[in-house]
Ligand binder design. Structure first.
Ligand SMILES: [Ca+2]
Ligand SMILES: [Ca+2]
Ligand SMILES: [Ca+2]
Ligand SMILES: [Ca+2]
Length: 474
């Protein structure tokens, strides 16, 4: 078990101090003066499903006492409508709405895979999952296969990267092969396919995903994407953001099914850096700080929610080979590191670029929210006003935002509005209504993520009360 100092994700307040000498450039107090107002769209958050209560593995509670640490919800790509939900504490659930059954499909706490979620402050655990597009296609190589991302104790395996720099734990991707893809309780085999050392407790592996828009004719088909943070602490102390040597601070893209005896996955030949010496060829895009969540739109465009440190939260359009700028850029601004290590560590107007960075298409600053939590393009039919809009959330304040997807462009951040959410009769703020004590900074914390179903409808997932709530039209 590892415990230690708390490093917050997004609203870590550094003690500011200034180096004497010449006067430093002025930090931006309010980098984005434009306020985010409530828009006209009103939705009702309807109780849909409550997960069973679970307990943290620590003997002594390290953070808040969440009812269930549910993180993501996505449909199995088999047309059944069955929904999968991961709980950071180690359980993967399947919910069948038609049959109204909730099953603990896989409990990786008991699977003998080195699972360890004991690191403060609960950014570890069963972080993500993805089902192979051929999961239900009997006879195909991907039949019965799904993937989990989780934290494991460092001594439970040898990492592909940074095995000797894993003081906190290691992030693992593991493949599971179910004997029967229609079963509601997993039975089958598994193998580890990827492992990377983590020197700190935070900013670890986040989302796993297949490009759900890819057909067998597309190069993305059957390739597994995963997001990895900068490794943690604060200020990216190992400068992983701008390094291509290890697949930290990046979105990686690997082929989990085609590999030979010496490897456990292979590198797609069209990955952007395969021909560069000294570069981890798994990397698809980099320069990200904590891209905990990303998703694919129906046209195959990837949207990446990158959690900021000092002042700015980002939504980026995923581009193969892109460098999103951390730790020298945050949002469309420069960090202190981006202008010569001045202090205080804040954001500054950016200098003329001598390097090519890809900037966010949407951003908000910390007088609006603290940590961007999830991003989806709404493709459901239930809320016509939201059709085709990009919807994203702040996990701390519980605010849900939306913006036009049409015309979104890197470095031309578009306008953002806040979704009006009703619980019962009243319009509420999710943190106030169903939040939990904020052990980082006082007040209440929503611990909010968004989930999605096969029809493209969106859901609110809140850890404090363990509920999944469906967003429906007023
Ligand atoms: Ca502002
Ligand atoms: Ca190890
Ligand atoms: Ca870490
Ligand atoms: Ca960035």
């Amino acid at each position: 078990m590892k415990t230690g100092l708390a490093f917050s994700s997004a609203y870590f307040c550094l003690t500011s101090f200034a180096f004497a000498a010449e006067s430093p450039p002025s930090a931006l107090v309010d980098p984005i003066p434009q306020r985010i107002d409530k828009g006209e769209i009103v939705v009702i958050a309807q109780e849909f499903l409550r997960l069973p209560q679970t307990l943290d593995s620590n003997d002594v509670p390290l953070t808040n006492n969440a009812y269930a640490r549910l993180q993501y919800m996505q449909p199995i790509p088999d047309g059944s409508g069955r929904l999968v939900i991961n709980e950071l504490r180690g359980v993967l659930y399947i919910y069948d709405e038609a049959a109204n059954t909730l099953d603990a499909f896989l409990d990786i706490r008991d699977a003998g895979v080195g699972f360890d979620d004991s690191m403060y402050p609960n950014e570890t655990g069963l972080a993500g999952f993805a089902f192979h597009p051929q999961f239900a296609q009997m006879g195909r190589p991907g039949y019965g296969k799904f993937y989990t991302a989780f934290s494991a104790s460092s001594d439970s395996g040898v990492a592909n990267y940074l095995d000797d720099n894993s003081d906190s734990h290691e992030s693992v991707i593991r493949e599971w092969t179910a004997t029967d893809a229609s079963a509601s309780i997993f039975s089958g085999t598994s193998r580890e396919i990827f492992r990377i050392g983590q020197f700190a407790q935070n900013h670890n592996i986040g989302t796993l995903a297949f490009n759900t828009a890819a057909t067998s004719a597309d190069s993305d088909y059957g390739l597994l994407f995963a997001s990895l943070g900068d490794g943690g602490a604060a200020n990216d102390p190992n400068e992983n953001g701008q390094s291509l040597a290890t697949p930290m601070s990046s979105i990686i893209r690997i082929d989990p099914l085609n590999y030979d005896r010496r490897t456990s996955y292979s590198i797609p030949q069209d990955n952007p850096f395969v021909d560069r010496v000294g570069v981890a060829p798994e990397i698809w895009a980099y320069g990200l700080r904590h891209p905990q969540h990303f998703s694919f739109d129906a046209d195959g465009t990837m949207y990446i929610a990158d959690i900021g440190q000092n002042q700015v939260e980002e939504i980026n359009i995923g581009v193969s080979g892109a460098n999103y700028g951390w730790r020298v850029r945050e949002g469309t601004f420069a960090t202190a590191f981006g202008i010569g290590n001045v202090r205080p560590n804040s954001v500054y107007p950016r200098p003329n670029d001598t390097e090519e960075f890809t900037y966010p298409a949407l951003q908000f600053d910390h007088d609006e929210g603290n940590a961007v939590g999830s991003v989806f393009v709404y493709r459901g039919a239930g809320i016509p006003q939201l059709a085709g809009k990009i919807v994203f959330s702040d996990m701390v304040t519980g605010r849900v935002f939306y913006a036009e997807r049409q015309g979104l462009q890197a470095d031309k951040p578009g306008g953002i509005q806040e979704l009006r959410i009703r619980l019962g009769e009243s319009e509420v703020n999710i943190a106030e209504a169903v939040g939990i004590e904020n052990t980082y900074g006082g007040g209440k914390r929503a611990d909010l993520r968004l989930g999605i179903d096969a029809a493209g409808e969106l859901y609110l997932l809140t850890k404090a009360d363990g509920w999944v709530r469906k967003l429906v039209a007023e």
